[in-house]
Each structure stands twice: as structure tokens, then as C-alpha cells.
Design a protein around this ligand. Structure first.
Ligand SMILES: *Cc1c(COP(=O)(O)O)cnc(C)c1O
Length: 372
């Protein structure tokens, strides 16, 4: 065989290197998506990388952090903050609701030393969403640094770091953006950069370091990358942002809002299941959580539903929530009436198999009405 005939090209392989200019242009497009003038750094790992890097960069023994817990991620952030030596005030709210700006105001009144606030915008794991705009006003009044996990909200509802005064806004593409999971991004305000520069414990020469990207990438005019980028994931991120731009971000968000409303209405009409998040305004557009009836184990109901169709975007809650919580992950390509109908049909079948009375016709009618 000649050498030519063995050199088979492959769409994922043998690509030209991803240039610094291309990398910077993808960062700029992500910045436009967030309507931000802050620096946007694309991190070469899943969103936990910038989530942890931003906390370790800005928090230290002198930090007093208000850590809002509305789901499992808030718990993790509190652990990182404590590990950094910060004094942490946990504000936990039940997973069936959202935190109110008034609760943040009360926390500042009680602990005037708070200079850092960590918040998860929407929690795919619990299905709630928090009023970031109102909370941002309170945080700004007190001059604290505002850290936001917007991984599960971006693409499903507005995420506006500049308008809301968010200093560190972390996103990932794998949920409502319908993109890759292996790269992520964080927007960083001038204040946040200053906090990191003054923090002797901020990671440097480390994969977790945001300061490395500031000093060696941004301050160098984004001319040379720190290391070989995750090329395929970067191309996928670019394609995903392009697809959102083509459809229109508003249209993508509207699709998620409809999917959430339709799932909620459909589940109520089906019978047996209840929306886990009590008030519709506290329910996240990215994913809908449902509570199983007494005596029905959610993980069991989900595995029966997946027997019918393993591709359905259904999951049981994590940990202890696997007893009572079902997650309908109607995001990205699954933010469609078809996916919502299929999930409800499968859950209805599984409930009927347990001897419960369900009305699938009513559920599908409610989905149709809510989708309009
Ligand atoms: C999904 C999600 C992440 C990223 O976690 P993965 O489980 O790796 O997808 C981070 N924060 C929140 C709030 C999320 O919902």
C-alpha cells in the first residue's frame, strides 16, 4: 500500500491547531451572549474548574462569605470557601423554594462583615431558580463580591452579569446551550481581578488559576495561549454559540420556558406527581423536578420509565432525593414538546404499573395548551 492510501482523514482528527485569534474570538462571542464588557476567560475543563478556581482565587482567611444553599452545588461552594480559610455564613433554603432578596438583606444586617456572596442561579439538581437581579442590588449596596453559578441557567433564562453586578459569573455549555461539557467560561470584573491579585493564596502556575490567564493571556493581548487548547471542545463551543445566535437567544430561552411550563402543567394533569418546586416563579426553566406520591420511590419510577425508552431525559434526584424527586431534564435538544410528552407518557405508564390512576390524555392536552 502506498503511504497516501493509509493516511485516512477523520473529521475529529488531523485538524489544524486552534489559533489564539480563534480562541479569543470564541471568548468574544461568549461575552456577547452574556451581554458583558467584563473579561471572559474560557477554561479548559468542565464548569467545576472555573467554579473552584474563582473561589480559590478570591477567598482567603480574611474573607467573610455568605454562601446561599438552594441545592447541592451551594454545599460544595461552602466546603471550598471553608477550605480557603474563609468565615462562612451558610444561608440554606428548602429545595422546594428559592431564596428571597430580603433574606440576603437580613444576612447583611446580621453580619455586616460579609464581603463575598456565593449563589447558584438555577439548580438543575433541584429545579429551582433564584432572583439574581434583586439579590444583586442588595449585594452591590453592601459592596461585597458577587459570585454566581449560572451553568444551569445560561440559555434557559437571562444571565446578565453587568446589569446584575455579578463579579464572577460561571457558565457551562452542556445544559440549555446544548453544547459541549468539556470547556466552560467565567466573566471576571475588575474588582474580582483586584481581589485575586491581592490574595496571596490565589492559585498561580496551576490549572485552577484564573490569574495565570489574566497575566499571561489577557494582559498579553490574547496573543499566545497558555497551553494547547481542548480543540474539539472549543470548536463545539463555537458551533453551539453560533447555533444560538442563529436561532436567537430569546427563542432558545422561550423554548426552555415553554418546556418547563408544559412539564409542570402536564404532570399536574397526569395525576400522581406534584411539582417539587411549589411556586411556578421559583421553578427553573432548565429542568423540572417532580415529587412522587407517598410509597413510590422516585429512582424506581425513573428506571421503569427508562426501560421503555433509555434516551428519555429523566433522572432521579441525587442522594437522599432519589426517594422522592424526579428530574425532567428538558434542556438543549430536549426542550421540545415531543420530549416533554414522551417523558410524561413514560412516567404515566410507570405510575399505572404501580396501580396508580393517571390521565395521560389530560396530561398531553395540558402540554399542548401550555406550549402555546
Ligand atoms: C449542571 C450544573 C453544574 C455542572 O455540573 P455537571 O454535573 O458536571 O453537569 C454546575 N452547577 C450547576 C448549578 C449545575 O446545575
Amino acid at each position: 500500500m502506498s503511504e497516501e492510501s493509509t493516511a485516512v482523514t477523520h473529521p475529529f482528527l488531523d485538524l489544524p491547531p486552534l489559533s489564539a485569534a480563534r480562541f479569543a474570538s470564541i471568548e468574544d462571542r461568549v461575552a456577547r451572549l452574556l451581554d458583558t464588557r467584563q473579561d471572559v476567560v474560557i477554561m479548559q475543563g468542565e464548569a467545576l474548574l472555573p467554579l473552584e478556581g474563582a473561589i480559590r482565587g478570591t477567598a482567603g482567611p480574611g474573607t467573610t462569605a455568605l454562601n446561599v444553599i438552594t441545592g447541592p452545588y451551594g454545599q460544595t461552594f461552602g466546603d471550598w470557601l471553608r477550605d480557603c480559610g474563609a468565615t462562612v455564613i451558610d444561608l440554606a433554603v428548602p429545595f422546594h423554594t428559592a431564596v428571597r432578596a430580603e433574606q440576603i438583606r437580613e444576612a447583611f444586617a446580621e453580619h455586616p462583615g460579609i464581603d463575598f456572596v456565593s449563589l447558584v442561579h438555577a439548580e438543575a439538581a433541584t429545579g429551582n431558580t433564584n432572583p439574581v437581579a434583586e439579590i444583586g442590588e442588595v449585594v452591590r449596596e453592601h459592596g461585597a463580591l458577587f459570585y454566581l453559578d449560572a451553568v444551569a441557567s445560561v440559555g434557559a433564562e437571562p444571565v446578565l452579569p453587568d446589569a446584575w453586578g455579578v463579579d464572577l459569573c460561571v457558565i457551562g455549555a452542556q445544559k440549555a446551550m446544548g453544547g459541549p461539557a468539556g470547556v466552560s467560561a467565567v466573566s471576571v470584573s475588575e474588582r474580582a481581578w483586584a481581589r485575586m491579585a491581592a490574595n496571596p493564596k490565589a492559585p498561580r502556575r496551576s490549572y485552577l488559576s484564573l490569574l495565570d490567564w489574566k497575566e499571561r493571556w489577557i494582559d498579553g493581548g490574547r496573543a499566545a495561549l497558555l497551553h494547547a487548547p481542548a480543540q474539539l471542545e472549543m470548536l463545539a463551543l463555537q458551533a453551539c454559540v453560533e447555533r444560538i445566535e442563529t436561532a436567537g437567544l430569546d427563542a432558545v430561552m422561550a423554548r426552555h420556558a415553554r418546556a418547563a411550563a408544559a412539564t409542570r402543567a402536564g404532570a399536574v394533569a397526569l395525576g400522581g406527581l406534584e411539582p417539587y418546586v411549589h411556586e411556578a416563579q421559583d421553578a427553573a426553566p432548565v429542568a423540572t423536578t417532580l415529587r412522587t406520591p407517598p410509597g413510590v420511590v422516585a429512582a424506581d419510577l425513573v428506571s421503569r420509565s427508562l426501560e421503555a425508552d433509555p434516551a428519555l431525559p429523566l433522572a432521579a434526584g441525587g442522594g437522599a432525593l432519589a426517594q422522592e424527586m424526579i428530574r425532567v431534564n428538558h434542556y438543549g435538544a430536549d426542550a421540545t414538546p415531543g420530549a416533554v410528552r414522551s417523558c410524561l407518557a413514560a412516567l404515566g405508564g410507570a405510575l399505572a404499573g404501580k396501580g396508580l390512576v393517571v390521565d395521560l390524555g389530560a396530561a398531553l392536552g395540558a402540554v399542548e395548551d401550555a406550549w402555546r
